[in-house]
Design a protein around this ligand. Structure first.
Ligand code: COA
Length: 276
């Protein structure tokens, strides 16, 4: 398996899947300024890397991520000038939600273990997410005296019912992968021993679809959520035309021909043949 090793991030290429692994297991994959810089560069590179069809974000060892690095991201940046601090913060936000939220390839978060505070932002910014039943989540900010910043509060406000979001923001209590799935924070939770195979199978299923169209569809979904019905109708019309123009494989035409003329498949039940 081809790999890219950075000091805090590892990428493994596996039949179109890029497993992007936060790799500071000895620090529970806490997100330091170096890790944030590397993640931004890695995601930028993978956008253009043909070995990557889908990104799966996960963590090395027994953690997804213990959140922002309390030492390197908080305490040590107190010595920096305001503009240096702003830069450190912006690099974190740049990958944790801006880049991931609108990433031009499908993204899946695979929460294998500890997931605290700042780690909720990239988790929610990924398109889909799966957790180990045994994973432990927590909005622990209240436990050490800050509010969930770094857009963590926005992330949970987007994903959870207000009652659940406020309960965990205010108590800092932990919950497991099953509870995360029940609340809709992740799509599903499965036993840790099955997690990687489960996510891999889903990623391979997605790879069998038309990824140009899929990327248009997911970006459209994210954009229309904050639009009026009128603006959305107009936007979706233009987006559909844009995606059709971008799809060099002419998927729509293949689908129509195979259903209407060849009668070789039914789109309600399966995908068209990419070879046909
Ligand atoms: N920032 C910086 N360092 C962290 C960290 C974080 N968020 N989370 C863990 N670490 C470091 C510890 O300081 C320790 O470093 P050391 O070996 O140099 O002493 C190492 O990672 C292992 O942590 P430890 O607490 O011994 O591991 P554990 O398995 O017993 O517990 C956690 C794991 C995740 C429960 C615990 O580390 C923890 O509570 N971390 C903070 C989580 C948090 O509140 N994050 C929110 C940040 S926004």
């Amino acid at each position: 398996m081809e790999r890219i090793e950075r000091s805090c991030v590892t990428v493994e290429f596996d039949e179109g899947i890029a497993w992007v692994i936060l790799s500071r297991p000895e620090k529970r994959n806490a997100m330091s300024p170096t890790l944030n810089r590397e993640m931004l560069e890695v995601l930028e590179d993978l956008e253009l890397d043909e070995r990557c069809g889908i990104v799966v974000l996960t963590g090395a060892g027994d953690s997804f991520s213990a959140g922002m690095d309390l030492k390197e991201y908080f305490r040590e940046t107190e010595k920096l000038s305001p503009s240096q601090v702003r830069r450190v913060r912006q690099t974190a936000y740049a990958w944790q939600w801006r880049k991931l939220m609108h990433y031009p390839k499908p993204t899946i978060a695979m929460v294998n273990g500890w997931c605290f505070g700042g780690a909720f932002t990239p988790l929610v910014a990924c398109d889909l997410s799966f957790a180990a039943d045994e994973a432990v989540f927590g909005l622990s900010e209240i436990n050490w005296g800050i509010i969930p910043g770094g857009n963590v509060t926005k992330a949970v406000a987007d994903k959870l019912r207000p009652a659940d979001a406020l309960f965990y923001i205010m108590t800092g209590r932990n919950f497991d992968g099953r509870k995360a799935a029940e609340m809709g924070l992740v799509n599903e939770s499965v036993p840790r021993a099955e997690l990687r195979d489960h996510v891999r199978a889903l990623a391979m299923e997605l790879m069998g679809k038309n990824l140009t169209v899929m990327n248009g569809a997911k970006i459209a979904f994210k954009q229309v959520r904050t639009m009026s019905w009128d603006a959305s109708e107009d936007y979706l019309g233009s987006k559909a035309a844009q995606v059709r123009a971008q799809d060099k494989s002419a998927g729509r035409e293949r689908g129509l021909t195979q259903f209407l003329d060849d009668k070789s498949y039914r789109p309600g039940l399966e995908g068209y043949s990419k070879d046909g």
